[in-house]
Ligand binder design. Structure first.
Ligand SMILES: Nc1ncnc2c1ncn2[C@@H]1O[C@H](COP(=O)(O)OP(=O)(O)OP(=O)(O)O)[C@@H](O)[C@H]1O
Ligand SMILES: [Mg+2]
Length: 322
């Protein structure tokens, strides 16, 4: 019997806090297998980007990892020195940042962004890097590549810069790609192209893809598994089929009901209330003030994330016998 593949990326009990002691991530654990697409969803501010940033070892100034572990290809990142870490970033794990335009250097051409990555990560000669840059631009749909190589980021639309950011993330042929809302600024046709490209990489090159999005429709299209975050915690993870058949957590069910339906007969029901700020989380389950299934225990105790059905859920109501 063959062993299941070792996870490409493992996040174990990540606690991230700001310098003034406000907790942003409260024990986030996730794992991602080679070739797997994991959709990470949740409302704005729930910690999706900070989870991705922690995996990359690139938290913004003012935030730090207080405890927990990041393992990339079985290797514990905390054990590595700066040089080894910088190699890991790009060649093993890469990020398509949420704000693509801001991530590009305004003084460098698109060609330079890509050839630099190819030379640094893959040791290519200038000529080989130029050929590689053309190929990458074609893969993300920026054709004819020759034209785009010479342009600067400010000459491109947000959507085109997003494609450049994707091409740049691929310069190191990473095993793991964190794509933070990579299709948000794109029109529907381009979005479909980019999703095809990313999914193709997962299927044919065994790329492990952490796909951050607020768009459950996109998750349904491309993900194998879903992880739902709320207030800095993972509250549910499940295989995508099981999730869309019957989400376990009331928050997941609320998210599903609040998205524009594929099926026009279903109505949109917005989630009541707002996401609490990190410094002022309610006691017990952070979702309880917005929850339609709240139990007495939910107001006092914080439900742990535990195996249930085909996935895991952090909810007393979901686990209560019917
Ligand atoms: N540099 C920072 N310093 C302090 N707090 C921060 C910083 N960056 C983000 N936060 C806070 O961390 C929490 C999680 O933010 P994060 O960016 O991960 O959310 P998100 O789920 O990616 O949201 P969105 O869907 O809007 O991108 C938020 O409350 C945010 O205000
Ligand atoms: Mg974000």
């Amino acid at each position: 019997m063959s062993m299941p593949p070792a996870p490409a990326l493992e996040l174990e009990d990540l606690h991230v806090a700001s310098s003034d002691g406000i907790s942003i991530l409260h024990g986030v654990s996730l794992s991602l297998s080679p070739g797997e697409v994991l959709g990470l969803v949740g409302e704005s501010g729930c910690g999706k980007s900070m989870t991705g940033a922690t995996a990359m070892g690139m938290l913004p100034p003012g935030l730090s990892l207080r405890s927990g572990k990041v393992r990339i290809g079985g290797q514990e990142v905390q054990d590595l020195d700066e040089l080894a870490l910088s190699r890991l970033r790009g060649q093993k794990i890469a990020l398509i940042p949420q704000d693509a335009t801001a991530s590009l250097n305004p003084t460098k051409t698109i060609g330079k962004h890509l050839t630099e990555g190819l030379r640094r990560h893959r040791g290519m000669s200038p000529e080989a890097a130029l050929t590689g840059a053309r190929e990458l631009l074609e893969r993300v749909g920026l054709t004819p590549a020759e034209k785009w190589l010479r342009e600067y980021p400010h000459q491109l639309s947000g959507g085109m810069n997003q494609r450049v950011a994707i091409a740049r993330a691929l310069t190191g042929a990473p095993d793991i790609l964190i794509a933070d809302e990579p299709t948000t600024a794109l029109d529907v046709t381009t979005q479909a192209q980019i999703l095809d490209l990313l999914l193709g990489l997962a299927r044919t090159r065994n790329l492990a893809l952490l796909f951050v999005t607020h768009d459950l429709g996109v998750v349904a299209q491309i993900a194998d598994r879903v992880a739902v975050m709320y207030c800095g915690r993972v509250v549910e993870t499940a295989p995508v089929k099981a999730f869309f058949a019957a989400p376990l957590h009331p928050y997941s069910a609320g998210l599903r009901a609040s998205i524009p339906p594929l099926d026009a007969r279903r109505t949109i029901v917005p989630l009541p209330g707002t996401v609490p700020t990190p410094g002022a989380l309610p006691e017990g389950c952070a979702f309880h003030p917005r929850c339609g299934r709240v139990l007495e225990q939910c107001r006092k105790d914080r439900p742990p994330l535990e195996a249930f059905g085909a996935g895991k859920v952090a909810c007393y109501a979901a686990r209560a016998p019917a």
